[in-house]
Design a protein around this ligand. Structure first.
Ligand code: SF4
Length: 457
């Protein structure tokens, strides 16, 4: 009999929904149907079943074609290439679990690599602002239960995080928001009339790239000062009305996205958004949250912060200490300056999402992709190593956009012989230790930890 598995996590966007139900075949190998997922989440589960998915690593041949090789050969090549490089870059990690991120970090330390994740091209500016100005944030549960004014600034959850509005921010009925949408006033700040803007009670169609000015105007009004008749394309009255709505709220929740981090001002936009949140707290309760993109892109920030003290752009090439300085140690900057001599793309698609000039620079050196699927990065790689899909074939811990950890389940068996990211990188680490005739201290530490846990149980 096919079986419904409940409380399944969705390995796609930062909403990290954990209420999916998945019908699996009686042999436990096939996903037949999903419930509760949005169209994107549903597709992830069905796509994992694609018969065209690679089941063995593929190595580039002298004639340009790709040839299947064994996992042992792929691991040996990866270990030797990382050890031979002076400054390898290991990048990605939006789409894997924390166990995989931790295993890759051990390899990066051994290889003296730069370790970076997709935040570098996404919410990295938010990190910079948070370092400067703090992060008055909360959990999505608090937003659901308390927020009666919700601001979407430079983000479009209706397309990027499709169930965000129904689970946390507009429609759900919470403890103190019992009438759901009727309890909430929605403000959307976006230059376009997005589907999120269409749901809003107030849409402030800000002039592209002038978000800083508008944040400044709100702060000025909240502090009791006058503003010009128009700021950033928005009439004074509209700003005064929206400021009044925020001031009279019981709980204001500000969600922000790429409209702030990818436009003029970048980290300064987020910096002043945080200051606005702080100012609002003089009148009411207010909180702010970055709309993190991938289901576990908050994970590397957590895992590497406790491993190295930094969330991204971590240069381990000095061998003695970790160093972080976005602009100097960030992936795109390193690639553009031609400072990288080996690139490992893990659980992302740098081939599709990096600027073409950065890809051209990286392509001058060994380029390895570790990903379950064929993607643009895999197709320009010298080596593509397939792994299991987290949340479908591999369980693990992921961090939701509000940094709440969630244990994702495995719902079906992965393709035979295909390892998880964690298993793969543990083997790469072991091989690097063999080649350098050093003790695999981290694997021994892991064994000790496992033995201690088993003894406790
Ligand atoms: S909203 Fe995001 S996490 Fe939830 S089902 Fe859709 S893609 Fe998955």
């Amino acid at each position: 009999m096919p079986k419904w598995i409940t409380q399944v996590g969705c390995p796609y966007c930062g909403a990290s929904c954990d209420d999916l139900e998945v019908l699996v075949s009686d042999d436990g190998k096939r996903v037949l149907e999903t419930r509760n997922a949005c169209a994107i989440g549903n597709e992830i589960f069905h796509h994992a079943q694609s018969p065209s998915r690679p089941k063995l690593p593929r190595m580039r041949q002298p004639d340009g074609s790709m040839k299947e090789v064994s996992y042992d050969e792929a691991i040996d090549y990866t270990a030797k290439t990382l050890l031979a490089a002076k400054k390898p870059l290991i990048y990605g990690f939006g789409s894997t679990n924390c166990e995989g991120m931790s295993a890759v970090a051990r390899v990066a330390e051994k290889g003296g690599a730069v370790l970076d994740n997709c935040a570098s091209i996404c919410h990295g500016p938010s990190f910079l602002a948070i370092f400067d100005n703090g992060y008055p944030s909360c959990t999505l549960g608090e937003a659901k239960n308390r927020a009666d004014v919700v601001v979407f600034w430079g983000c479009n959850p209706m397309h990027a995080h499709p169930r965000h509005t129904s689970r946390y921010s507009i429609f759900p009925r919470g403890t103190f928001t019992a009438k759901g949408q009727m309890t909430r006033t929605i403000i959307c700040v976006d230059p376009r009339e997005t589907d999120t803007a269409k749901l809003a009670d107030h849409h402030l169609m800000v002039k592209q790239g002038h978000d800083y000015d508008l944040f400044d105007a709100f702060r000025t009004v909240l502090r009791g000062h006058d503003i010009p008749d128009e700021v950033a394309g928005i009439p004074k009255k509209t700003i005064l009305d929206a400021a009044k709505v925020m001031k009279n709220a019981r709980f204001v929740m500000i969600f922000f996205g790429m409209g702030c981090t990818h436009t003029d001002g970048r980290n300064h936009n987020v910096d002043i958004a945080i200051s606005l949140t702080r100012d609002l707290n003089a009148h009411t309760k207010a909180s702010i949250m970055a709309m993190r993109g991938h289901y576990n892109i908050a994970g590397p920030g957590q895992v590497w912060s406790w491993q190295f003290g930094f969330p991204y752009c971590i240069d381990l090439s000095k061998g003695t200490h970790a160093h972080m300085n976005p602009g100097e140690t960030s992936s795109i900057d390193l690639a553009m300056r031609g400072e990288i001599d080996c690139f490992v793309n893990v659980g992302t698609d740098a081939g599709a999402h990096f600027p073409i000039r950065a890809v051209e620079q990286l392509k001058k050196h060994p380029f390895i992709t570790v990903d379950p699927n064929i993607c643009m990065a895999s197709e320009i790689s010298d080596l593509h190593i397939p792994v299991r899909v987290v949340g479908v074939e591999e369980p693990g811990v992921v961090y939701r956009m509000d940094n709440v950890p969630i244990q994702f389940k495995k719902v079906v068996d992965g393709p035979e012989g295909v390892p998880s990211d964690e298993e793969l990188f543990d083997r790469v680490y072991e091989r690097m230790c063999e080649l350098t005739e050093t003790e695999p201290i981290w694997l021994l530490a892991k064994d000790h930890a496992k033995a201690a846990t088993n003894a406790e149980q």
